[in-house]
Design a protein around this ligand. Structure first.
Ligand SMILES: Nc1ncnc2c1ncn2[C@@H]1O[C@H](COP(=O)(O)OP(=O)(O)OP(=O)(O)O)[C@@H](O)[C@H]1O
Length: 283
């Protein structure tokens, strides 16, 4: 069990902001941390890793990492950290990057195998793709069998298909190692796929702490398709108007009426829904 009850005054974009987080996380949970830019997500991870000071308490099972008189050094906190920008050692090969953390060659080879990197283990990071580098970073974070795995938007720099591939690998690793994980993410499908709990920060405070299902699904079982997207364009085709809407990575064309065409503005966030009681679902 991880107990976090920390406070820190931050300089937010609208003046001072109190980061005030009180959370209990069970062993093996996968927590997605979401919230607007500047809400304090990265700072919270850095405080957990001991990279930033804060007041309050951090307790992992029976060991105290932070209290009013003491702060355990970052090196002694058993944490794996995966950053958005990989943070690999450029002069070390893939394998050396892993062994730097811990000399357990068996574990290193096992992790490289799960993430399909075995063939690349003698290469230097700069000769690899973004997805490959992020997999190394993930493997390296697990090399010391951390008590907590912290990931700060680890997949946001990758293209959609690489993201999906890495999400699957993260799931496989989580199943095998059962590492308590906190991952910052803005991507609803990623949060839904990976996490079992979603915590949303706003202005340094937790405003939502629930299951991804509860937080992300809006239809609540009614037989309706409902998508939110951004209006990119309205095209007139003969006598009808077609709205071009981007939903996730997809472009969707929807016929709209004259009134809607007049009232909608390019850039509006709009909801597209339809009653569909027997939709066709194909592979
Ligand atoms: N050590 C610090 N002292 C004071 N203020 C800080 C400190 N570190 C960060 N801040 C401020 O706290 C606010 C929260 O920053 P943080 O990086 O935690 O937000 P975030 O939720 O991770 O945002 P993003 O999604 O854009 O990465 C920002 O306004 C930032 O400038």
């Amino acid at each position: 069990m991880i107990k976090i009850n920390i406070q820190k005054q931050l300089h937010g974009s609208n003046g001072l902001m109190n980061l005030n987080v009180n959370l209990e996380i069970k062993q093996g949970e996968f927590v997605a941390l979401a919230g607007l830019s500047g809400s304090g997500k990265t700072t919270l991870l850095r405080i957990l890793a001991g990279l930033e000071e804060a007041s309050g308490i951090i307790k992992i099972n029976n060991s105290i990492w932070l209290d009013e008189k003491f702060s355990l050094s970052p090196q002694k906190r058993e944490i794996g950290f995966v950053f958005q920008d990989y943070a690999l050692f450029p002069n070390y090969t893939v394998l050396e990057n892993l062994l730097y953390v811990n000399k357990d060659i068996e574990l290193a080879n096992h992790l490289l195998k799960i993430t399909e990197l075995s063939e690349l283990k003698n290469r230097l990071p700069q000769t690899l793709s973004g997805g490959q580098k992020q997999r190394i970073s993930l493997c390296r974070a697990l090399m010391n069998r951390p008590k907590i795995l912290l990931m700060d938007e680890p997949l946001s720099a990758l293209d959609p298909s690489m993201r999906t591939k890495l999400q699957n690998e993260i799931l496989t690793l989580h199943k095998e190692f059962n590492t308590t994980t906190i991952m910052v993410s803005h991507d609803p499908s990623e949060i839904y796929r990976l996490s079992n709990r979603m915590v949303v920060l706003n202005n340094g405070q937790i405003i939502k702490d629930t299951t991804p299902k509860e937080a992300l699904l809006k239809t609540n079982g009614s037989a309706k398709f409902s998508f939110e997207g951004e209006l990119l364009d309205i095209i007139k085709v003969d006598v009808i108007y077609v709205a071009i809407i981007t939903i996730g990575q997809q472009l969707v064309e929807v016929v709209i009426g004259n009134e809607e065409a007049k009232n909608l503005k390019i850039g509006d966030i709009i909801n597209v829904s339809t009653k569909a009681f027997a939709p066709m679902v194909k592979q």
